[in-house]
Design a protein around this ligand. Structure first.
Ligand code: SF4
Length: 360
């Protein structure tokens, strides 16, 4: 697993952003330039003074944009050079409490929008940057302000924001019609067409109806939407009905992602009661995808190892798991489709992974 947070020492008094530079090209003002490397780690010098990072080489860190927390003694690799899986966790607070949440919410919020903005301005050319939480739109004005300023200065960047769609209002329509939002897509979860079932899965009364209101706002704004449905035992049999709802009411979305469960957070403790063995019965998933396709809705599968998906739908299975938390079973070694395959989450039950694969 790639470590995103590393032990670090710095004499600075407050958190700051730096881009690590081993000497590639010229050193810019925001860069911390390499001055030493040994078996323990790497030392840099920049406008915030000396920065020592342990546990990685200069080659691994070259070009990464980090947030350094001098008091906490760590450096977070916020934007890793060459990775297509950089995501900013802008808050750990959330108004929902989903049954299978992979990142259980916390009550406190640390406002780091200013640091994230500085980091984004240093991003590699043509990057797609993810925004996640918690629920990012709990801080909607801060979030939108950051997106707008960054996109104004960096027309090469794009953002993908994961949001539960509980906070968009009519007042947002004009703002979201700004041309900069053509470079923002919104990943929004819906778990069932039945309001009571959706509300139960997300742990919030009225969530479905509030989601419908937000979807209407986003539709009027011409927003780009990736609809997301995590598969759990509770909604597996309701997937076809959800497909009918999506085809009828949400035809303006760009794509519908059906996602297999991640064995972490709340889902880990509830794994036995939540996980759906799709390889044993792909029927409801296949039916939902086919119904959506018939009505012009493009569906895709996230976190489904390709060999576990029947051939007619296999090409919809994307290599969706972020590089830093993706692994493959030993049995995957001879597989020719490994590069196109999601593999497994680092924390997926090992035996389940080994037993479940059939190299292609
Ligand atoms: S054998 Fe492994 S790499 Fe190949 S499709 Fe299956 S899970 Fe993916």
């Amino acid at each position: 697993m790639i470590r995103l947070t590393l032990p670090a020492a710095s004499d600075a008094e407050a958190p700051y952003v730096a881009r690590l530079n081993t000497g590639r090209g010229g050193v810019e003002e925001a860069d911390a330039a390499l001055v030493d490397e040994d078996a323990e780690g790497v030392t840099y010098l920049g406008r915030h003074g000396v920065l020592a990072i342990d546990g990685a080489s200069a080659t691994e860190l070259d070009g990464d944009v980090v947030i350094v927390d001098p008091v906490g003694g760590r450096a977070e690799r916020i934007l890793r050079r060459g990775s297509g899986h950089n995501t900013l966790l802008v808050t750990e607070r959330c108004d929902q409490l989903c049954l299978m949440c992979s990142q259980p919410p916390k009550k406190t919020h640390v406002d780091r929008f200013a640091l994230f903005e500085q980091a984004c301005l240093l991003a590699e050319s043509d990057s797609l940057i993810g925004i996640s939480g918690g629920e990012p739109t709990l801080y909607k004005d801060d979030l939108l302000g950051m997106l707008e300023r960054v996109l104004a200065e960096r027309p090469d960047l794009e953002f993908h924001v994961l949001t539960n769609g509980q906070f968009f209002d009519d007042d947002d329509v004009a703002r979201l019609r700004d041309e900069r939002y053509a470079r923002v897509s919104w990943g929004i979860p819906i778990y069932a067409a039945d309001a009571a079932l959706h509300d139960r899965i997300v742990g919030k009364d009225g969530a479905f109806s509030r989601l419908e209101k937000s979807m209407a706002v986003l539709a009027r704004a011409g927003a780009r939407i990736e609809l997301r449905t995590v598969l759990v035992a509770d909604n597996a049999d309701a997937l076809t009905r959800l497909a009918r709802y999506v085809a009828k009411r949400l035809r303006f979305i760009e794509v519908w992602s059906i996602m297999q469960l991640e064995n972490i957070g709340f889902a880990r403790a509830r794994w036995a009661s939540l996980f759906v063995e799709h390889a044993r019965d792909f029927g409801p998933i296949g039916d939902a995808i086919d119904h959506a396709a018939l009505h012009g809705i493009r569906a895709q599968l996230f976190n489904f190892p390709r060999c576990t998906v029947p051939e007619p739908w296999r090409d919809l299975a994307r290599a969706s798991i972020s590089d830093w938390k993706r692994r493959y079973a030993d049995a995957c070694a001879p597989c020719r489709e490994r590069d196109a395959c999601s593999g497994f989450f680092e924390w997926h039950p090992i035996q389940q992974a080994e037993d479940g694969v059939t190299p292609l």
